[in-house]
Design a protein around this ligand. Structure first.
Ligand SMILES: [Fe+2]
Length: 269
């Protein structure tokens, strides 16, 4: 009977970073492409997706109202075409000196539009310390999600800095494609350490289209499970992501301790 153990069903994956809003920015050009991306997500095993618009100086027209209307239109389209992916109005905001002021003035959209988690990326070609911003936002009930955090060597290879940001309430989002197939040995080493130490909290595809930068999650999820154990992968790929999109509390254990023992490596955990 060896090898006949039934496979554990995978929970519906949650894409916390995918550009699905048609015609707003560098995401899909048309609603048809957005729907095709959602079909691809469903085929990847995803059931939920943060439908992002960019909010940065390149796209000044992406107001909260525009993003909300676009996400609602996509949700209606998906329901009409029976595509089984729930989409949540969201934005990827660019860190700037006015971030806290912009948030307070209602100019930014949070993940899932619940007012609890703000997905922030670095300005083009720069790395800025998000700790002061995280500390200013926390009393307002908002936490920073660091978008595609593996892109930033100053964070990826500085576990003390990452731990300080996490202690200030930040959640670390990693890109599925990078986890599955890191494009450098340095990134591979950094991501392994993050997964094995429990630094990574959320998974995103960073999908932008169907012919380019596709919304892929499954291979990244599989490698997360291989490196960090099934239980950790389920949290990152499903439970924590869903809680974020619904505006619920997420309290990951502090990072730094290797998350896997010989026992969990052998038997899953
Ligand atoms: Fe993005």
């Amino acid at each position: 009977m060896g090898g006949l153990r039934p496979a554990t069903p995978m929970p519906p994956l949650v894409d916390t970073h995918v550009h699905l809003l048609a015609g707003l920015d560098d995401g899909p050009d048309t609603p048809d492409v957005a729907v095709a991306m959602c079909r691809m997500l469903a085929a990847e095993g995803a059931g939920h997706a943060a439908a992002l618009g960019h909010q940065n100086p390149d796209y000044p027209d992406n107001t909260p109202d525009r993003i909300r209307a676009s996400a609602a239109a996509l949700a209606a389209e998906l329901a009409a075409r029976k595509v089984p992916v729930a989409v949540y109005p969201s934005a990827e905001v660019m860190a700037s000196p006015s971030l806290v002021e912009d948030w307070s003035a209602g100019r930014l959209v949070s993940l899932g539009d619940t007012g609890k988690y703000l997905l922030a990326e670095m300005p083009h070609g720069e790395f800025v310390d998000l700790l002061p911003v995280a500390e200013q936002l926390r009393p307002r009930g908002v936490r920073i999600v660091v978008a595609h955090a593996e892109r930033y060597p100053d964070l990826l290879h500085d576990p003390d800095r990452a731990a300080r940001w996490i202690a200030a309430g930040c959640l670390i989002q990693v890109t599925a494609r990078a986890v599955a197939d890191p494009w450098s040995d340095d990134m591979d080493r950094g991501l392994r350490a993050w997964v094995e130490g429990g630094y990574a909290h959320l998974l995103g595809s960073d999908g932008h289209g169907i012919d380019r930068r596709q919304p892929l999650l499954a291979a990244g999820y599989a490698r997360l499970a291989k490196l960090g154990g099934r239980r950790y992968a389920e949290r990152v790929g499903h439970a924590w992501g869903l809680a974020v999109l619904k505006g619920e509390d997420v309290n990951p254990p502090p990072p730094g301790q290797p998350s896997r023992t010989w026992f969990t490596k052998l038997f899953g955990g």
